[in-house]
Design a protein around this ligand. Structure first.
Ligand SMILES: [Zn+2]
Length: 138
């Protein structure tokens, strides 16, 4: 299997789809959905505009660190996906990476799915590590 040119992990897109399915079908796994998506997107900047990428990083920064109440997160997620409230384009059409980073301490392949508890812990670790790696990017 060839390694992804952006995150370095083989078959990461298939794994992402698999994990999203798991999150949608089991609320125990779905509890970390707000981390899975930004962590994956930050590692795949070709899907985003530069404003979108920076916004995603800000969003991820607030979740694991500040422990905001679920109601707040739900509202923020809603505002976030409601493109009418955004002043910039989020999803890139060009499909070119906007960051040059290709080596990451952790990728989606480090996330284990044996139990919801393990899964949530691993996604949180992955998201923190993405944030650490992404912190230095301007
Ligand atoms: Zn990848």
């Amino acid at each position: 299997m060839t390694a992804c040119p952006e995150c370095g992990a083989p078959a990461c897109a298939a794994r992402f789809d698999e994990l999203l399915l798991l999150e949608f079908s089991d609320t125990g796994y779905g509890a970390v959905h707000h981390l899975t998506v930004p962590a994956y997107m930050l590692q795949h900047s070709s899907k985003l505009t530069s404003e979108g990428w920076l916004h995603m990083r800000e969003l991820l920064k607030e979740f694991p660190v500040e422990n905001k109440p679920p109601a707040f997160i739900r509202k923020q997620n809603k505002d976030f996906v409601d493109s009418g409230k955004r002043k910039f384009k989020f999803i890139a059409k060009a499909g070119l990476p906007i960051i040059s980073k290709t080596t990451w301490a952790k990728t989606i392949l480090d996330v284990r799915t044996d139990s919801a508890e393990t899964y949530c812990a691993d996604v949180t670790e992955w998201a923190r590590s993405v944030l650490d790696d992404a912190e230095i990017i301007q």
